[in-house]
Design a protein around this ligand. Structure first.
Ligand code: IVH
Length: 698
């Protein structure tokens, strides 16, 4: 019995070692990892655990005793002057407490330990050797003892920092750091790769590693890489630092980049606070971090604590929860949006990632399906970062089950059987069924009732589906014909909730012009464009009859949006529904247009203000927000309107003022610049240094 169990255990250890070796090779050598870090970490931990509990199976060639992997790319090998070790990992508060306890025991300290807390950059570790200020060698970590000589490649990353300067330039210095790619640069690079039909990088780390480890350094030079330094590997003369922070400060005086997110913290409490802070800001940083690192600040203590075979005892990485996980594709479904856009969606075996359980991931379009070569049954890596919709990063080809078949994109809408047509370089697929398609009809009614549109409280997705499928509503206008009696006949609708719903529908009859425009679901017209249109046009008729010239004349509205608006209002069906809605009593306060507003001036305004009873239009970028400017003007007794006419008294033109300023000139309406505006408000000394520049007010 015992023997069987033992042999199973040994099999498992061998299996884990093989798997980890394989994934090390993919990660460190090929820069093309196949599984998420989380899966790797858990295999690694399991192996470490088994080896610890069963020392009889320990082996010096186990990956738990090695750092990284050996190179096979054709670079020359260099030996590090001191080994480039790895870091121990912690995944919980408890593990940080255990780490801190080990440290206090190790240095015999009762008092809270000072730690240097740093971001854990997700990139590629490098070592830079300088002699008399000049960079003489750069190497990757490799297996920890020997790495690849990437001296030529790193020059374009370091730029002028291939020569370090400062008050104290040592004979010899080895600096350790991480080469990374900023998220934005990664997105741009992948866009460019996509355009030129080249392989996409799975994440910024792979892009950084793949870009740096190019045999042709001109390729590296064409890629946007950055470096952050975080340690000294060797130093010929010792300027006698007391703490790790001193050492980092010194590297910085030499002109080498050190992150400004590094802090000294005290004890476990300080570590946990730093971790919490960095985790909550994780997605706001321009670069990816996979955790934070705590290092004992005192360098004498670091020496005293020393290293294990793999990592320093005086430092630990506290990893962030994974944003990527492995799961399986159960189905690929097609979703039809309110404007008919057809989006493929992968239905997944639910998996916990990025703090939520994910069971769907968007596949964007058919090109994405081709790019990923995704099939039902595939094991995939799903990523959910921040509030972003979950996405499939890659398919784990080596895990593909035998019986999978290539996915074919449907030619007909799965809801209404209408033909699917393609636009936008054949990428965007759209159901040609229009409002004949139930999916589009339902989506457009849901949109109409949604919070930012007509805001009909209680009119959710399920109810709209029910109302449409029971034939009770066919257009958005039909919502205003519903009554309590009809609603109570619906399954599971009590009279009270039916009454509430009818009240909510009634309440929505009075809205704002911009909400109404937005609620119509005109393709390309989001909230902001709806607001612009409401500001520009005095009534619905003038909007409906606007020609392309008028629409394109509105700042921020281009030919695509203009065309979409014109096409929308050209449809007889849309005209009828709008007419119907207006007849059913949809109305709005015409706040922004003087022609239709009576008694809008503020009677409690300053009696002597030159703006009293004046009609004013704001345009361009001011150093205060548009709302602030409006409220100052209203306080001064002015009426702020959206469009320039002969009745306008002043146009206040900030920077980059466009067509409204033009119109003011042509109608000879006085134009005020920002300084004149503040002077007339009485703010003669408006301090320029206090100004907050708000872009794109128009
Ligand atoms: S210190 C002996 N500090 O994490 C000290 N490493 O998992 C070893 N890393 O190989 C490194 N950010 O590539 C250190 N602030 C940081 C780091 C950091 C990222 C990487 C580095 C290292 C790996 C270990």
């Amino acid at each position: 019995m015992i023997q069987v169990a033992d042999s199973q255990l040994f099999q498992r250890i061998i299996f884990l070692r093989e798997q980890i070796d394989y994934h090390n090779h993919r990660y460190y050598v090929l820069d093309d990892p196949e599984i998420p870090d989380q899966d790797y970490d858990s295999m690694y931990r399991e192996l470490e655990d088994l080896e610890l509990k069963h020392p009889e199976y320990a082996s010096t060639s186990s990956p738990t005793n090695l750092v990284g992997a050996k190179s096979s790319r054709g670079f020359n090998t260099v030996t590090h002057s001191t080994p480039m070790k790895s870091l121990g990992n912690a995944f919980s508060e408890q593990e940080i407490q255990d780490f801190d306890r080990r440290i206090r025991e190790g240095v015999h300290s009762e008092k809270p330990i000072d730690y240097i807390a740093e971001p854990k950059f997700d990139g590629l570790a490098v070592s830079l050797r300088y002699e008399k200020g000049w960079l003489v060698q750069a190497a990757t970590r490799g297996d920890g003892n020997q790495g690849e000589n990437i001296t030529q490649n790193i020059r374009s990353v370091l730029k002028e920092k291939t020569l370090i300067q400062g008050n104290f330039v040592p004979q010899k210095l080895e600096v350790r750091g991480e080469v990374i790619m900023l998220r934005q640069d990664f997105d741009n690079l992948n866009e460019a790769q996509k355009r030129s039909n080249q392989k996409l990088f799975a994440n910024p780390r792979n892009a950084a590693a793949g870009s740096l480890r190019q045999l042709d350094p001109t390729i590296t030079a064409s890629r946007p890489l950055k470096i952050f330094c975080y340690a000294i590997g060797a130093l010929s003369e010792n300027p006698k630092f007391t703490t790790h922070a001193d050492a980092l400060g010194y590297i910085q005086t030499l002109g080498l980049p050190v992150s400004d997110q590094i802090e000294t913290v005290q004890g476990v409490q300080g570590c946990l606070e730093y971790y919490g802070k960095m985790l909550s800001k994780r997605d706001d940083y321009p670069f990816e971090m996979d955790g934070v690192v705590f290092k004992v600040a005192n360098l004498d203590w670091q020496e005293q604590l020393g290293f294990t075979a793999k990592a320093p005892r005086w430092a630990i990485a506290y990893k962030f929860p994974a944003q990527e996980a492995t799961t399986q594709v159960e189905a690929i479904n097609i979703q039809v949006g309110r404007t008919g856009v057809v989006t493929p969606v992968a239905r997944l075996t639910p998996v916990f990632v990025g703090g939520v359980t994910v069971s769907n991931a968007t596949l964007h379009n058919r090109n994405e399906i081709w790019r990923l070569d995704i099939r039902v049954g595939d094991f995939v890596i799903v990523r959910r970062a921040g509030d972003v919709i979950p996405e499939i990063v890659s398919v784990i080809q080596s895990k593909r089950p035998d019986e999978t078949i290539e996915y074919t994109f449907p030619q007909l809408c799965p809801v209404c059987n209408s033909k699917i047509v393609y636009e936008g370089e054949e990428i965007i697929a759209r159901c040609s069924g229009g409002l004949y398609c139930h999916a589009q009809k339902i989506r457009s009614i849901i949109h109409f009732a949604s919070r930012k549109a007509m805001d009909i409280d209680g009119m959710g997705e399920k109810l709209v589906e029910q109302l449409v499928s029971e034939g009770l509503i066919d257009t958005v206008a039909d919502l205003y014909r519903l009554d309590v009696e009809t609603l109570t006949k619906l399954e599971r609708k009590a009279e009270k909730s039916a009454t509430n719903l009818i009240e909510a529908i009634d309440k929505s009859r009075t809205t704002t012009f911009s909400r109404f425009i937005y609620s119509l679901g005109i393709p390309q017209v989001g909230e902001t464009t709806a607001e612009l249109l409401a500001e520009t046009f005095e009534n619905f008729d003038s909007l409906m009859n606007a020609n392309e010239e008028q629409l394109v004349g509105i700042p921020d509205i281009g030919p695509i949006v203009s065309k979409a608006i014109i096409v929308f209002f050209d449809q007889k069906h849309n005209q009828e529904v709008i007419q119907d809605l207006l007849e059913l009593g949809i109305s709005w306060h015409k706040v922004d247009h003087i022609d239709t507003v009576t008694n809008e001036f503020n009677d409690s305004s300053e009696p002597t203000s030159p703006f009293r009873d004046k009609i004013v239009v704001l345009t361009g970028t001011l150093s205060i927000t548009r709302d602030q400017a409006k409220s100052r003007l209203k306080q001064a007794g002015a009426k702020v309107t959206g469009s320039v006419s002969k009745r306008t008294d002043y146009v206040i033109a900030g920077e980059q003022a466009g067509s409204k300023a033009e119109k003011a000139r042509s109608l000879e309406v006085p134009l005020l610049n920002e300084v004149e505006f503040f002077q007339m408000l009485g703010d003669r000394n408006y301090p320029a240094s206090n100004r907050l520049i708000i872009q794109n007010c128009d």
